[in-house]
Structures are given as structure tokens and as C-alpha cells.
Design a protein around this ligand. Structure first.
Ligand code: PLP
Length: 384
């Protein structure tokens, strides 16, 4: 089996699995309990928090564990709006993940003003548009760091500089950037940043929100005093332990992995270009996470390609896993200006830590054949 959908989720790293199994067998305490069984778990969670925070250059007191990357995004946006009731505008982009876009749509229906910054053909946000959209009523700018479908990296430091002139807070959804690019929250300068464990070879169902020291945001979930009162509910201890272990592995081998993945992705792209006529890659040519290869095969329906590859044991995606089951055309691809019939032919292949040279060789053997067969059936004329 060749798994090329690492932007949807990553396999659990065996080191992480081992740590989680150890924890499950050895610890069951509630971290809020004051006796040793509880204190031990509290200490383990503190270590995990320290590791995840350290991986992004934050202090552990600045990190709140959440139930997912989606929750971290929701928390950031709603938390800021709730703590600035006099402000009723937010700015985001047209290519955000649904975890941000759907919240924005929901708030818009409730009367909030949301400005969606457009992107150019590479998927980069229009900074002049963004600058002009800021008003004294703007509470927050939320722009993703790396796009999940096409891999484009947004100029976050630049956005922070623009926002700072008007004293507007900046949130970035770094779910797809974490592990794929090196970054430090201090250098980046953002106020809030979302993470998710299952994109870095950790478990599903656990995320985190970095909240810069001094930023006061309203809790999203009310109840007990967990997470220093910022996110109530008994902690997902096993998930947090896995997140910490995954972040540790990332710090140890992330750089090497990235170099290897970059080479594999380049080989995949070059091979596709050589062997298949009339293909086009989406995303920024340079400012991008290298693991993401988004390619269009004009004349074909992406679903047909996906299913044909699945029969060969190759797992790819037609875009975002969240829109996979709907018939919708990718709004990200429409936003970069692709006509719907071209956007419908896009396949996303996202590489990860466990991919090998053999995986790429197999794809480059099977994919050209699949495309040729499907194009023959669809009477596609590459000369047209
Ligand atoms: N943001 C981005 C950019 C993502 O790609 C994803 C997941 O695909 C999420 C947020 C949501 O993260 P989670 O699956 O942990 O809710």
C-alpha cells in the first residue's frame, strides 16, 4: 500500500504508539486530583505541554490543549470576539480550511462583518486588499500558514506587521505548517496559532492553541478549571501524551525527514511532468510546503483517477478530505482562478515521513497508465 494523503492525516509514529501504550497501562489518574496517582499524570501532561510549546518557540503557559485543530481555530476566533465586544469585524482569506471558513460564515449570519481576502493564482493572499480591509472595528485577522490543498505558505510575518499598525490581533491556522516548515512563534509575531497532533504522526482528536502571553481571550468551553480555566473538561490525557511524544520525534528527526520528503516530492513531480502530457501543478512555485503535490489532469474527473489508483493500492485525495464526500468543486482551486472543469480534475498527493523511493517509483509506474486509459475513454485529445 502506498499512502500519499499525509495532509489528511498521518500514520501514528511507532515511538508515539509505544509511549501511548505505556501511559495507558501505567496511568489512569485524573490530573486534577491532588494525591500521587493524579499528580503523576499532571506531571506527564506538563512535560508534553513543555515539548509541544518548545517545538514552536512558546512557553508552556501559552499553550492550551484542545479537542482538535478545528476546536483551536473556533476557540481563537470566537474567544477573541467574545473578549472584544465593541469590535464586530474579522478578516480571513478565501482559501482557509472549513474550520475557519465555516465559523466565519456562521458569525456572518449572526450579523458580524467578515472580509474574505482574495488570493492570486498561486494562492497567496492579496496584502493590499488586506491592508485596506482593516477598520477600527476589526477584532482579528485569521490567515492560515500553509494551505492544506495546494501547500502555499502565506506571508504571516508581513501580515503581522500590517496588523500591528492598527493594533489588530493575528491568528494563524498552522495545522499544515507544523512539522513541514520550521517556525518560531516569537519570530512570526502572531498572537494565536492552531496546531493538530494527527498531522505530525500523533493521535487524532487532540490539538492545541498557542495564546501569546498577555492576550486575554474568553474561554470557549466552560466548566472546570482545567487548562488554567481556558478550556474546561477533564484532559484527553492519552491524546496529550501522544501529542507530546510526536512533537519530540519531530524535533529529533523533522529536519532530516523534510529534506528526504522534498527530494521524493521533486522526483514525483518531475516524473509526472515527463510521463504525462498536459499536466499542471497548483500552488506557489517557491513559497510552499514541499510535501504537497497538487496536479490537474485536464479532461478527467479526479474521482475516477482516485478510484483507479485505489485499486492499485495507492491512496491519494481529490483535495481536502473535508470536501471529499460532497460533489463540490474545491473552493481553493476556484479561488486561484481555475475553471470548474479543470478544478474537477485535481489530485492531491501529500507525502510524509514513511514514504520511500519505492512508493514514488510505483506511482510513476501506475499513474501514467491510469491517466492514459481514462483519457482514452473520455476521448481527451492532448493536442487540443
Ligand atoms: N486546519 C487545516 C489547515 C487542516 O488541514 C485541518 C485538517 O485537515 C484542520 C485545520 C483541522 O484539524 P483537525 O482535523 O485536528 O480538526
Amino acid at each position: 500500500m502506498v499512502y500519499l494523503d499525509n495532509n489528511a492525516t498521518t500514520p501514528l509514529d511507532p515511538v508515539v504508539a509505544e509511549k501511548m501504550c505505556w501511559f495507558l497501562k501505567e496511568h489512569f489518574g485524573n490530573p486534577s486530583s491532588l494525591y500521587p496517582i493524579g499528580r503523576a499524570v499532571k506531571e506527564i501532561i506538563t512535560q508534553a505541554r513543555e515539548t509541544v510549546a518548545g517545538a514552536i518557540g512558546a512557553q508552556r503557559s501559552e499553550l492550551v490543549f484542545t479537542g482538535s485543530g478545528t476546536e483551536a481555530d473556533n476557540f481563537a476566533i470566537r474567544g477573541v470576539l467574545d473578549s472584544y465586544p465593541e469590535k464586530d469585524e474579522i478578516i480571513t482569506s478565501a482559501v482557509e480550511h472549513p474550520a475557519v471558513l465555516r465559523v466565519a460564515n456562521f458569525l456572518e449570519k449572526k450579523g458580524l462583518k467578515v472580509t474574505y481576502v482574495p488570493v492570486d493564482r498561486y494562492g497567496t493572499v492579496d496584502l493590499d486588499f488586506l491592508r485596506d480591509a482593516i477598520t477600527p472595528r476589526t477584532a482579528l485577522i485569521s490567515i492560515m500558514y500553509a494551505n492544506n490543498e495546494i501547500g502555499t505558505i502565506q506571508p504571516i510575518e508581513e501580515i503581522v506587521r500590517i496588523a500591528a499598525k492598527s493594533g489588530v490581533l493575528v491568528h494563524t491556522d498552522a495545522v499544515q505548517a507544523f512539522g513541514k516548515i520550521d517556525f518560531d512563534v516569537r519570530k512570526l509575531g502572531v498572537d494565536l496559532l492552531s496546531l493538530s497532533a494527527h498531522k505530525i504522526y500523533g493521535p487524532k482528536g487532540v490539538g492545541a492553541l498557542y495564546i501569546r502571553k498577555g492576550i486575554d481571550i474568553c474561554p470557549f468551553i466552560h466548566g472546570g478549571h482545567q487548562e488554567r480555566g481556558r478550556r474546561a473538561g477533564t484532559e484527553n490525557t492519552i491524546g496529550i501524551v501522544g501529542f507530546g511524544a510526536a512533537a519530540r520525534v519531530l524535533m529529533e528527526r523533522g529536519k532530516k525527514d523534510r529534506e528526504r520528503i522534498e527530494k521524493l516530492a521533486a522526483a514525483l513531480k518531475n516524473g509526472i511532468e515527463e510521463k504525462i502530457p498536459k499536466v499542471r501543478f497548483n500552488g506557489h512555485p517557491k513559497n510552499r510546503v514541499e510535501n504537497t503535490v497538487n496536479v490537474v489532469f485536464p479532461g478527467l474527473e479526479a474521482e475516477a483517477v482516485l478510484l483507479a489508483l485505489a485499486t492499485k493500492g495507492i491512496s491519494v485525495s481529490t483535495g481536502s478530505a473535508c470536501t471529499e464526500e460532497s460533489e463540490e468543486v474545491s473552493y481553493v482551486l476556484l479561488s486561484i482562478g481555475l475553471p470548474p472543469e479543470i478544478a474537477r480534475s485535481a489530485i492531491r498527493m501529500s507525502l510524509g515521513r514513511f514514504n520511500t523511493d519505492e512508493d514514488i517509483a510505483l506511482v510513476l509506474r501506475e499513474l501514467p497508465e491510469v491517466i492514459e486509459k481514462l483519457r482514452r475513454i473520455s476521448a481527451f485529445d492532448p493536442e487540443e
